[in-house]
Design a protein around this ligand. Sequence first.
Ligand code: ADP
Ligand code: MG
Length: 293
Amino acid sequence: MKNKGVLTVNGFLASESFNELYGFFLDAAKKHGIELAFKKNSELLFDAVNNKPIFDFEADFVLFWDKDVKCAKQLENAHFNLYNCSRGIELCDDKALTHIELSKHDIPMPRTIIAPMTYANIGYIDTDFIDTVIEELGLPLVIKECCGSFGQQVYLAKSRDELIATITQKAGTALIFQEFVETSIARDIRLYVVGGKVIASILRENMSGDFRANVANGAKVSPYNPTDEEKKLAIKACDKLSLAFGGVDLLFGKDGTPLLCEVNSNAHFKGLYECTGVNAAEKITEFIKEDIN
Ligand SMILES: Nc1ncnc2c1ncn2[C@@H]1O[C@H](COP(=O)(O)OP(=O)(O)O)[C@@H](O)[C@H]1O
Ligand SMILES: [Mg+2]
């Protein structure tokens, strides 16, 4: 039986909540007879031109719990078997890439316009395109940095002036503009998918006055029983994004129609566990064990 794995994490994120996640994985590995070593991305350097690892270990799988896509790609080129794979991580890390990829697969999403790219030292010196964005998406509208999490890089612009102020401040950062889904204000659902199945779901509601339903912004969670439509959507999104596991955020569209908001390739699961009792680390470990054997 193949049972040797490496858990790869970001060596520069040493916060308490990350350490806890690693603990979950180490416990799950023990329970399933998996030998799980622990490596920081800073310990996984490559002689890039020769694609030669400057480290020495063998593993049946790498549980790649980070967004260091370049490290992931080099590991794959050196024939390591990654969960999630670099493509899945890359497509999820950038919200514009997620929407562009899923647009090929008939996935309902809020209307979205990808901001034209500019340079930090130049900025948006010509803002004519803003009128098109407002005409298409209306106001208020949502602005998101392509790379961000915990709702920290998601903004609401209520007027043209607010919109200009935000994009001016963020010039040089990749952005998307999105229709504000009013029917989902301060509420969304998170479906956790592992190996093509929804293992647990939560409803997140924010009563603090913030439109964002992230727990980091004050949202409260409760167990949620997703409809078949919501489950199918979450599973399909993970499949099309090449994810073995992922946290899928869905918004409530008109008449309750689910709309895909974003997908996280390595979604935190402690809150999910406390709310539902489902341990995603165990489900992920079971899935990988079965998949490699
Ligand atoms: N288009 C939208 N309309 C209304 N609310 C939204 C929209 N997009 C995001 N939100 C809210 O903002 C939160 C954070 O957005 P999300 O895209 O999931 O970014 P993050 O990666 O930071 O979690 C969502 O959970 C949701 O509550
Ligand atoms: Mg989110």
